[in-house]
Structure formats: structure tokens, C-alpha cells
Design a protein around this ligand. Structure first.
Ligand code: GLN
Length: 468
């Protein structure tokens, strides 16, 4: 049997009743990787030997009765998360020689929406190998969709978990800013970054959230708030809930099949007792501009440390120290990362700071207020996750603005610090997956899981498998 196709909760049962071992699951995942990885390219680093060793240790723990929630479940990690003894590349050349942790492909330093800017090759969408899987956590989403792991972790600074999850037909959640520790995550934009799960269904997302949520003294921005048992929110009904639908998210250029799928979602939610109502998030039109000032500004400062001295790659042939910095950064970083560093340095420089970074921070506060006001009137907000289904490899790579616009519906949650989840809502006529997004107020991940699982159960969206 192909155990790699099962979910966390299905596998937990089999591990518990002893009908299956972690070694068997891990072997089936690696068999799958051997047959499809060449086509999909989800991974930068594979660690079969370590994984089988961990599986054996997990089987021992299960036998002894000391297993935790994820014991024995094969999980993939985005290659932005530092791991002991296994290298971390961030999809970049500049960290190449650093020693760090089987890790999935990503846009370089998580800057992108297609996984095309990785120095380690392009990940393909398992549903159509000529298309991108989304990004920047494209490898993490593709690996789950292609059953090359059971679940994975991604990071989301402006949509990088939810957007690839939608484009690959899987579930992805960005938690509230501060819900999950960022300790060990290579920083992109520190006021926006969050780690979160990518899974095959909503229940698995709840299980992963139970494991990764909570306060950590290693990350001063992680919040010491109590973590509920997220599994309790699965299969609760949503009768009498109010679902807000912001008119501003149905912009010109949105794909008609996606629009129709969102309309269908509204019907499903109403059929199970929710009330859907139009709301307004008036500052939505500034989200892209605000994000593309704040994120590059923070990135330019975070990436200053990669100068060839302490981390990874150093260019050779330098004349003096300054020249070494220049040569290292010029050849170590890819074009998109350099674009961001230049944008960020510009908006932070004296004389421009007030006009750009400060102004963007002020508008960011207004965007946050929009959500605060909206949540006085509704429990959750429903939007499409992406304006279009997966685009073709190469289609937007030379057009940064078009690329930036593919996150138009996800950036706002990061700017406001609120949680968001993308759930599959069907397929286009040509067979590409689509996703809807739910957003809730700070620390209301439980509500997101509740509505997402109610929707998943009642939407009659069939669970297809990509043919590979
Ligand atoms: N695509 C957005 C960007 O390029 C978001 C990336 C992310 O969430 N890491 O910045």
C-alpha cells in the first residue's frame, strides 16, 4: 500500500494500533520520492539515512508508549529553517557551505511567488509540470501535493504558505504573528514572518498547529498566550456565524473560475448555517505598496549579515575588504534578492525614510484598523487565496510587478498580523487546483480551523491526486 498518500491522522491510528511502523511509512515516502522527484523537484536536500534512523527511533518510542503527536510521521521542512547537522541554503548560493537541516525548495530567501528564483532549480507544480507550484514555499507545497511527504512546514511573510498551498491543492495556514516561534528561521522581514503548516487536510493542519504553537524564549516576539487544543475545533458546526466578504478583494483581473468557486463557497457556507455579508476593508488598495516597502526594508537590514565573513559563500579574488563584500554579495545573491536589498536600502535611507518607510508603517496601522473594525461585524473573512490558478514557468519571472501581484490577497494578513488559512475549493476546467482563504482576528486560529473543516466536509470538493 502507498502509505505516503495517507494523512497524519490516518497514519497516527495505524501507528498506534501497531498495524504499521514508521519505517514502513518512511520507506514508502522515499519510494515515492524516487519515482517522482525528478519531475517535481520539491527538495533541495534529501536525508534518507537520517530519516530511516529517526523512523526506527520513533518506532521504539511508539512501542514504549512515549510517542508524541508527530512521532513517526515524515515531515518536510522548508530550507529556510536551520537544522542541526544538515545544511540550510535558503535557496541561495550565498549560504552554500554553511552546515545546517531534508529540506524543501523555495524562492531565494523566500522572496518570490513561484519558486523560480531558487539557485537549486525550479520546483514544478505536480498538477501540471509546465506550471509553477507557487512560492516561496513551493517545494513544501509540491512535496505534500505529490505525496513526497505527509506534511511540511513553510514560512509566510506575504503569502508564501497560503499561495503555494492554493496552487497545489493542499491546506496551508499562516498563524498569528507571535503564535509560532521563529527561532531558527532565517529572517526575511521580521515584523511579517511566520512559520506554519502545509497539509493534506484541515485536521492535519490542526495537529501540526498543536505541535508548533506556543511561547519560546528563543524568540522575543513569540507570545506567551495559552495554546488551545486545535483538534477540538474540527467538526464543530458554524451555525449562525457571520462570514464577511470584502468587496475590495474582487478586483479586475481576478480569474472567472476562481470567482465562481468563491461564490460556490458562499453557497456551501450558507447551506450549513452561516450568514455571509458584504464588508469593506477600505485600505486594501495600499497593501501591495505598503508590503513592498516594509518587507524589502526589513530584508535589506536582515541580509546585511551575509557579507562573506561569517556565513557560507565568499567570493575570491578580492583586492581589499570592501571589494570582498562587493564581490561576495554581487555573485552570492540572485537578481530578485538584490532588487529587494536596493528597494529596502533606498526607502530606509536618510531623506527618504519619512516618505517611504514611515509612511508605509502609518498606512499599515490603517490596514490593521480595517480588520479590527471588520471583526466587530463578522467572525471570519472569506476571500480568494490567489487571483489566478498556477501560471506557467517563465511567465512572470521577468515582470516583478506581475509576480508581486500574485500575493495581492494574502499580504494583508501579514501586515495586520492576523492568521489566515487556504483551503482547496475545487479545480479549473483544465484541472488546476484553486483555494479560498479565511482570515480571523489575532489568535483565532481555532475559528479558522473550525470553518475550514466544516467547509471541507460539506463542500463536496473531491480529493483528487495529481497524475505523475
Ligand atoms: N511573494 C511575497 C514576496 O515575494 C511573499 C513571500 C513570502 O511570504 N515569503 O515577498
Amino acid at each position: 500500500m502507498e502509505f505516503n498518500r495517507l494523512t497524519i491522522h490516518e497514519l497516527q491510528e495505524k501507528l498506534r494500533d501497531g498495524s504499521l511502523t514508521s519505517v514502513e511509512i518512511t520507506e514508502s515516502v522515499y519510494q515515492r520520492i524516487a519515482s517522482v522527484e525528478e519531475k517535481v523537484h520539491s527538495y533541495i536536500t534529501l536525508m534518507e539515512e537520517t530519516a530511516i534512523g529517526q523512523a526506527r527511533a520513533a518506532d521504539r518510542r511508539i512501542k514504549e508508549g512515549t510517542a508524541g503527536e508527530l512521532t513517526g510521521i515524515p515531515i518536510a521542512l522548508k530550507d529556510i529553517l536551520c537544522t542541526e547537522g544538515v545544511r540550510t541554503t535558503c535557496g541561495s548560493h550565498i549560504l552554500e557551505n554553511a552546515v545546517f537541516v531534508g529540506k524543501t525548495n523555495m524562492d531565494e530567501f523566500a522572496m518570490g511567488s513561484s519558486t523560480e528564483t531558487s539557485r537549486f532549480g525550479i520546483t514544478k507544480n505536480p498538477w501540471d509540470l509546465e506550471r509553477i507550484p507557487g512560492g516561496s514555499s513551493g517545494g513544501s507545497a509540491a512535496a505534500v501535493a505529490a505525496d513526497e511527504c505527509i506534511a511540511s512546514l513553510g514560512t509566510d511573510t506575504g503569502g508564501s504558505i497560503r499561495q503555494p498551498a492554493a496552487l497545489c491543492g493542499v491546506v496551508g495556514m499562516k498563524p498569528t504573528y507571535g503564535r509560532v516561534s521563529r527561532f531558527g528561521m532565517v529572517a526575511f522581514a521580521s515584523s511579517l514572518d511566520q512559520i506554519g503548516p502545509i497539509t493534506k487536510d484541515v485536521e492535519d493542519c490542526a495537529i501540526m498547529m498543536n505541535v508548533i504553537s506556543g511561547h519560546d524564549t528563543g524568540d522575543s516576539t513569540s507570545v506567551p498566550a495559552e495554546v488551545p487544543d486545535y483538534k477540538k475545533f474540527i467538526s464543530r458546526d458554524i451555525r449562525n456565524w457571520t462570514v464577511g466578504i470584502p468587496g475590495e478583494y474582487f478586483v479586475e483581473g481576478i480569474d472567472l473560475e476562481i470567482k465562481a468557486a468563491v461564490d460556490q463557497t458562499v453557497n456551501t457556507l450558507e447551506a450549513i448555517g452561516a450568514k455571509c455579508t458584504r464588508i469593506s476593508l477600505p485600505h486594501t488598495e495600499y497593501c501591495v505598496a505598503v508590503y513592498y516597502i516594509i518587507a524589502p526594508s526589513e530584508a535589506s537590514s536582515n541580509l546585511a549579515r551575509y557579507d562573506g565573513v561569517r556565513y557560507g559563500f565568499r567570493a575570491t579574488g578580492e583586492e581589499d575588504l570592501l571589494d570582498m563584500y562587493k564581490k561576495t554579495r554581487s555573485s552570492g545573491f540572485g537578481a530578485e534578492v538584490k532588487r529587494r536589498i536596493m528597494l529596502g536600502t533606498y526607502s530606509l535611507s536618510s531623506g527618504y525614510y519619512d516618505a517611504y518607510y514611515k509612511k508605509a508603517s502609518q498606512v499599515r496601522a490603517l490596514i490593521r484598523d480595517d480588520f479590527n473594525n471588520a471583526f466587530k461585524r463578522c467572525d471570519v473573512i472569506l476571500t480568494p487565496t490567489t487571483p489566478t490558478p498556477a501560471f506557467r514557468v517563465g511567465e512572470k519571472v521577468d515582470d516583478p510587478l506581475q509576480m508581486y501581484l500574485s500575493d495581492i490577497f494574502t499580504l494583508s494578513a501579514n501586515l495586520a498580523g492576523i492568521p489566515g488559512i487556504s483551503v482547496p475549493c475545487g479545480y479549473t476546467k483544465s484541472g488546476l487546483p484553486m483555494g479560498v482563504q479565511f482570515m480571523a482576528n489575532h489568535f483565532e486560529e481555532g475559528k479558522l480551523l473550525q470553518i475550514a473543516s466544516a467547509y471541507e466536509k460539506n463542500s463536496k470538493v473531491e480529493r483528487r491526486m495529481p497524475e505523475l
